[in-house]
Ligand binder design. Structure first.
Ligand SMILES: [Mg+2]
Length: 212
């Protein structure tokens, strides 16, 4: 396994933006849930937020203590019959906020246009670039720095071009073998279990941004 920590330690000072794929990186592999609201919508209280119908759930024990580091989003576009459910890691959310506040923009780039991902990005201050079929092309269009100044995390075959083109490229431990080969290093964490948090921790320590 190629450790990503030494790569980040060596190159962190060149990085100006953090870009991450969503499915399989910020979420566990294969856990997207789709709900037909004709049957399930009445069971969950949705609120209107940023033009979306959204609710957020944190699984807790009987004393209200969170059971894990997860937060679950259920969201849909107004009037759509289909709602989606996504599970995110709260540790990833905290580092997104921290990076953005420290002046390092974070982009969520995904082939899917998911209302859950849009809502999550909005809550954290990340930039959502969704429905991105060709991630490298979207990156070239929207990045306000050179590709060499981007740290990118991706887990799929469709991420390989961007993984090869960016300054620091990372794959989660359970990424597709092609992505692992294309990336400069691999995290200990698997998708949806703190991949971004692990990467950001190395990054912030290397940059002297780590809160003591
Ligand atoms: Mg993916």
């Amino acid at each position: 396994m190629k450790s990503i920590e030494p790569v980040i330690r060596e190159r962190a000072y060149h990085i100006r933006q953090v870009w991450t794929d969503v499915d399989g990186v910020l979420t566990p592999q294969g856990t997207l849930a789709i709900y037909d609201v004709l049957y399930s919508g009445s069971h969950v209280a949705f609120e209107s937020r940023d033009g979306l119908c959204v609710t957020r759930l944190v699984p807790c024990d009987e004393y209200g203590r969170p059971l894990s580091n997860s937060i679950e989003y259920f969201a849909g576009y107004p009037g759509a019959q289909i709602m989606e459910g996504y599970r995110f890691d709260t540790r990833d959310g905290m580092v997104v906020k921290y990076l953005v506040e420290a002046g390092v923009p974070v982009y969520f780039i995904s082939g899917r246009d998911s209302p859950c991902v849009r809502a999550r990005a909005s809550a954290l201050g990340a930039v959502p670039l969704l429905g991105a079929r060709d991630k490298l092309a979207v990156m070239q269009e929207h990045a306000t720095c050179s590709l060499d100044e981007i740290l990118f995390i991706g887990d799929g075959i469709q991420d390989c071009d961007a993984l090869r083109a960016t300054g620091i490229s990372v794959a989660p431990a359970d990424a597709a073998p092609e992505a692992v080969l294309a990336a400069q290093g691999v995290t200990h964490a698997v998708g949806g279990s703190g991949v971004l948090s692990e990467v950001a921790t190395y990054f912030m320590k290397a940059r002297g941004m780590w809160p003591e």
